[in-house]
Write a protein that binds this ligand. Structure first.
Ligand SMILES: NC(=O)c1ccc[n+]([C@@H]2O[C@H](COP(=O)([O-])OP(=O)(O)OC[C@H]3O[C@@H](n4cnc5c(N)ncnc54)[C@H](OP(=O)(O)O)[C@@H]3O)[C@@H](O)[C@H]2O)c1
Length: 231
């Protein structure tokens, strides 16, 4: 493993102008990391260790921005946080296209840029924020659940494909976190973004990150039961 990459405290966070990505960025900066954020909105963060690029992950310029962010830096951690979710409407199916492009294809495009560098430097942790909605079949937001099923499937399979390398891939399956994304009126075990960020970093920065991290774990039990009863 490359010593430079192992000791590096450099991270790229995608989709971090708000919510969990913002909380993760703050937590990393507090730990002395350098963070480069890429998001569709400007950042509230003002810190010596922080740089920000305003780019939509659906834009053709996005993979170029990720490649530039990686270039010449021994980046050790990349977290893909970008996500959207809207209620289904047959009059607004373009929202479903945007949901897949943002939640799933943005992650795939990120991986295309990040993985070759991680493998070349023989170190790196790729983390994606998925959802426990990956297991649910709902009429409320089919594109959201299906895109997150794709995210979970992709990340956990990638983790298997990279077994034996020095690169880790972690799929974070979130329950409810108190951000603008959590629109449901029923939100059991709602976490603050800061609490979710701490749990994610504990897993991602451990010596052996799990391929799947359920946050919180008891919500995964509940969604597992709900799915079993629904089928
Ligand atoms: N909150 C929950 O209960 C919950 C539960 C399960 C999973 N998750 C997942 O956790 C992740 C983070 O969600 P959150 O709760 O922190 O939501 P959030 O507060 O809405 O944050 C999402 C972030 O992604 C950015 N973003 C959205 N679309 C983008 C695009 N096309 N290009 C670039 N950046 C984009 C947003 O930018 P703007 O600031 O411009 O909106 C924002 O910074 C998402 O993937 C979400 O699906 C959240």
């Amino acid at each position: 493993m490359s010593e430079q990459a192992i000791s590096s405290k450099r991270a790229i966070l995608i989709g971090n102008s708000d919510g969990i990505g913002l909380a993760l960025s703050r937590a990393l900066l507090e730990r002395g990391w350098s963070v480069l954020g890429i998001s569709r909105s400007a950042s509230k963060l003002e810190s010596e260790g922080y740089q920000h690029r305003v780019i939509d992950v659906r834009d053709d310029a996005f993979p170029v921005a990720v490649a530039e962010a990686l270039h010449g830096r021994a980046v050790r951690l990349v977290v893909y946080c970008a996500g959207i979710g809207e209620q289904f409407s047959p009059d607004a199916l373009s929202q479903d296209v945007a949901t897949f492009e943002t939640n799933l294809m943005g992650l795939v495009r990120t991986t295309e840029q990040v993985l070759p560098q991680f493998l070349a430097q023989r170190a790196g942790a790729l983390v994606g924020l998925s959802s426990m909605a990956d297991a649910m079949r709902t009429a409320v937001a089919p594109a959201y659940g299906a895109s997150k099923a794709g995210v979970s499937h992709y990340l956990e399979s990638l983790g298997r494909a990279l077994k034996g390398t020095d690169v880790s891939v972690m799929n974070v399956r979130l329950g409810f976190v108190d951000t603008k994304m959590a629109k449901s009126s029923f939100k059991p075990w709602l976490l603050k973004p800061e609490e979710a960020a701490e749990r994610i970093l504990r897993g991602a920065l451990s010596t052996n990150p799990p391929r799947r991290l359920n946050v919180p774990r008891r919500m995964a039990v509940l969604t597992g039961l709900a799915r079993a009863l629904a089928t």
